[in-house]
Design a protein around this ligand. Structure first.
Ligand SMILES: [Zn+2]
Length: 76
């Protein structure tokens, strides 16, 4: 399983990780060709305005349409 860097954060291929872990509810992101998940919370990032007001259940980060911002937040 490959861990790669995206926007200075560690991410992992969602299809790969899905084999080992239930990824439902975790916010995914599309990179060039891959769907990826963030390994760790990015709550230190600058927050963007989000009218939908979806937030990570753990760290309160704004999300598009998920319950957790990262694998870390779902596991812990
Ligand atoms: Zn989070």
């Amino acid at each position: 399983m490959k861990i790669r860097r995206y926007l200075l954060h560690e991410v992992i291929n969602r299809p790969d990780f899905q084999k080992y872990f239930d990824c439902s509810g975790i916010q995914g992101y599309q990179t060039n060709k891959n769907k990826v998940l963030f390994l760790k919370s990015r709550k230190d990032n600058q927050q963007q305005q989000n009218n939908k007001d979806r937030r990570c259940n753990i760290c309160n980060q704004n999300l598009l349409d998920a319950s957790y911002c990262s694998i870390q937040c779902k596991v812990f």
